[in-house]
Every structure is written in structure tokens, then in C-alpha cells.
Design a protein. Structure first.
Length: 181
């Protein structure tokens, strides 16, 4: 079995991330609308080799260790174009993350991508709970959590690219997820 299968939704192809995706990430990722609410570990301004460095030193080694699962997001209508990324992480209070290029935001694409990887988390990886942190001011990300049946369980402080904000932790259990489908 491929540990990192390609996933399909109505409009999207989620391909396992690889080093060849560096150029597409470098084109789509370094936009303020994309990074402002991401973890402060993301360098800003984003360096010219940021995507390649991230893939080589962070994402691909974590995939190899079986600690993270990353997919590039592509439209079925334009499969050659990377438009974003969605990831699963085996970390305390941080199991899913995503970003989408600005021109594709607001079309429900991330809700679709999130649903596909959430199914992978619960059905393939057989995890009992998913927790997702987000900057409280990130209303678009909050709406995705609300629409997919997650509930806010805790608020603390977080460091983000734009600065320090309240950080909300959202949760859904496998049983809740199954009932909401």
C-alpha cells in the first residue's frame, strides 16, 4: 500500500508532496494573505529558496519518519498547477494545516481538501481525535472548522507571522466526524 496515496474530491486532486513541488509552492505561498495567520516559524519575508528548504529540511523528513502527511492541492481542470497545500501532523493539538493561493480562496476548495484529509486521518490512520489550532482572527479558517462539525475546546496565546494573537484549538472525534457525514 502506498503510504501517501493521491486523494480525489469533486474538484481537486491532492497529490503527495515531493521535491518537484518546490517551484509551485514558491510561486503561490509567499503572499501576505496566505501566511499572515500561519505559525511564526514561517520565515517572513519568505526567502527565495524557502519552499525547497522547507521540503528538504522539514516536510519530506517528517513524511519519511511517518509523523506528517502532506499533499499539494490541484484543480482537476488544471492538474499541472499547484494551488495550495494540506497537511496532517502527528503532534499534540496540531493535526491538520493548510494554505491556499489567494486567487483560489473563497471558493470552498479548502473545505473540500480538508474533508478529504480528515477522512484519511480517521479512516486510514485510524486516529481517535483531530485537533486543529488557528489564529482567532482567521475567520475563513474558523468557518471551515465550524462547517465540518468541529468545536472550539480551548483558547490560549499563539505566535503567528503577523504577530501574537489568541489561538483557538478546535476538535472533532472520530465518532463525531462519522455522525456528521
Amino acid at each position: 500500500m502506498d503510504a501517501r496515496p493521491t486523494l480525489y474530491t469533486e474538484r481537486l486532486i491532492l497529490r503527495p508532496l515531493n521535491l518537484d513541488d518546490a517551484e509551485g509552492i514558491q510561486q503561490q505561498f509567499p503572499h501576505w494573505e496566505v501566511v499572515r495567520y500561519l505559525n511564526a516559524l514561517v520565515p517572513w519575508p519568505y526567502p527565495a529558496d524557502g519552499a525547497r528548504t522547507y521540503l528538504e529540511k522539514v516536510a519530506l523528513p517528517a513524511i519519511a519518519r511517518g509523523e506528517e502527511w502532506h499533499w499539494s492541492i490541484r484543480l482537476k481542470s488544471a492538474p499541472e498547477q499547484l494551488i495550495g497545500n494540506v497537511s496532517l501532523m502527528d503532534e499534540v493539538d496540531n493535526n491538520r494545516g493548510f494554505w491556499l493561493g489567494p486567487q483560489w480562496q473563497g471558493q470552498g476548495l479548502m473545505t473540500e481538501a480538508s474533508a478529504a484529509v480528515t477522512e484519511y486521518w480517521f479512516e486510514v490512520l485510524e486516529r481517535p481525535v483531530m485537533r486543529v489550532p488557528k489564529a482567532a482572527p482567521n475567520k475563513a479558517s474558523r468557518r471551515i472548522s465550524e462547517r465540518t462539525g468541529m468545536r472550539l475546546i480551548r483558547r490560549d496565546e499563539g505566535r503567528f507571522v503577523e504577530g501574537n494573537f489568541p489561538r483557538d484549538i478546535w476538535e472533532i472525534t472520530r465518532e463525531e466526524w462519522r455522525l456528521s457525514r
